[in-house]
Design a protein around this ligand. Structure first.
Ligand SMILES: *[C@@H]1O[C@H](CO)[C@@H](O)[C@H](O)[C@H]1NC(C)=O
Ligand SMILES: *[C@@H]1O[C@H](CO)[C@@H](O)[C@H](O)[C@H]1NC(C)=O
Ligand SMILES: *[C@@H]1O[C@H](CO)[C@@H](O)[C@H](O)[C@H]1NC(C)=O
Length: 196
């Protein structure tokens, strides 16, 4: 019985650590770019871009796919329509992984940039002083997701219209409910252990 409890508590501990390391996910490069872009927006009397989980997921996936591309390879803006997406990336695959409803991405835009070591001033300038500026200067975009991998950084902008909201496909809801149960189970387990 004692060994069973030990096994159970180590199981809980490992999972708690895994969950924590997953949720505590701050990335300085991405935070700096977000701050910079929102200062740019504020200076132009535009509402700030709100962080958007699904856009973040897409940005992460695309950044991972671009990671091995040479930094000298320019990749311009692209639409977020299924079947398109940034050159050299498998965008439909990213959409599938992030479980985003394909009909809700039409008005979004994907903006990849590569800056050696992601020097923050250069990264910001690559968005605010290039062809990308016109997207950031556009009030129709309301949400943002940022992903980075190595020297690559990817910004995904969403709108608050049904065709640009990057809404989750039904499968994602099921997954979320599943995860909630998982948390509940963990909490219950910890509670039982602590009160015994
Ligand atoms: C997606 O959009 C197309 C055309 O706009 C429509 O025919 C289709 O029913 C939509 N699919 C869903 C699941 O909403
Ligand atoms: C964009 O980043 C590159 C490095 O990849 C840098 O050489 C260039 O100056 C940056 N562009 C702007 C407009 O700052
Ligand atoms: C930003 O948008 C405003 C209004 O549409 C326009 O007057 C201005 O020139 C734009 N600035 C840039 C840098 O695109």
């Amino acid at each position: 019985m004692a060994s069973l409890r030990l096994l159970f508590s180590s199981f809980l501990l490992v999972h708690a650590i895994l969950l924590l390391s997953n949720t505590v996910n701050c990335n300085e490069d991405e935070d700096k770019l977000l701050q910079g872009l929102n200062s740019y927006r504020t200076a132009r009397n535009l509402p700030i871009l709100k962080e958007h989980d699904n856009a973040d997921c897409i940005a992460d996936e695309v950044a991972q796919q671009l990671e091995d591309q040479p930094c000298t390879r320019p990749i311009g803006p692209s639409t977020a329509v299924p079947g398109t997406g940034p050159q050299f990336a498998n965008y439909p695959d990213a959409l599938k992984k992030c479980k985003i409803h394909a009909n809700t991405t039409r008005d979004g835009v994907i903006l990849p940039a590569c800056v050696p070591k992601l020097v923050s001033t250069l990264v910001l300038a690559n968005y605010t002083e290039t062809q990308y500026a016109r997207y950031l200067n556009d009030s129709k975009y309301t949400g943002i997701g940022i992903g980075s991998e190595d020297d690559w950084i990817v910004v995904v902008l969403t709108t608050n219209t049904p065709t640009g909201s990057f809404a989750s496909a039904a499968a994602c809801l099921v997954f979320k409910v599943g995860l909630d149960h998982y948390y509940l189970f963990l909490l219950l387990g910890l509670f039982l252990l602590l009160t015994n």
